[in-house]
Ligand binder design. Sequence first.
Ligand code: FES
Length: 147
Amino acid sequence: MDLKDLYRDVILDHNRHPRNFGRIEAADGEAEGHNPLCGDRLRLSVRMNGERVEDIRFEGKGCAISTASASLMTEAVKGKDRAAIQELFGKVHALLTHHDAAPDATLGKLAALSGVREFPVRVKCASLCWHTLNAALGHGAATISTE
Ligand code: FES
């Protein structure tokens, strides 16, 4: 199996079986993200333990890329503190926008999103959850739009 097949399988798996789907009651932070290009919405809720994301869930209706990206993101950020999440966001952003760069070795399954950069309109699908997470962590308005 080559890398492209592996990446495709990761996306398909996380779209069909999204991890951390749902909503946290009594969350410490919540935000809604909206992709105006398609109308899709994503709601994130987080529970914090100090600076650390103890639990995170997402819900909403989105395309395969946005659902898989949100699922992968929740797995990747659970247990991390704010600083580590910002660092990871930077790496994911680079992955989605730097056309020829090899995925950072520390990205793990998130590297599966690298195929998205060949389709600029889908970059918003993949980054919607990350912008929404920033808002849920208090770095922006509670409702964000990727416009
Ligand atoms: Fe709507 Fe991807 S088409 S988020």
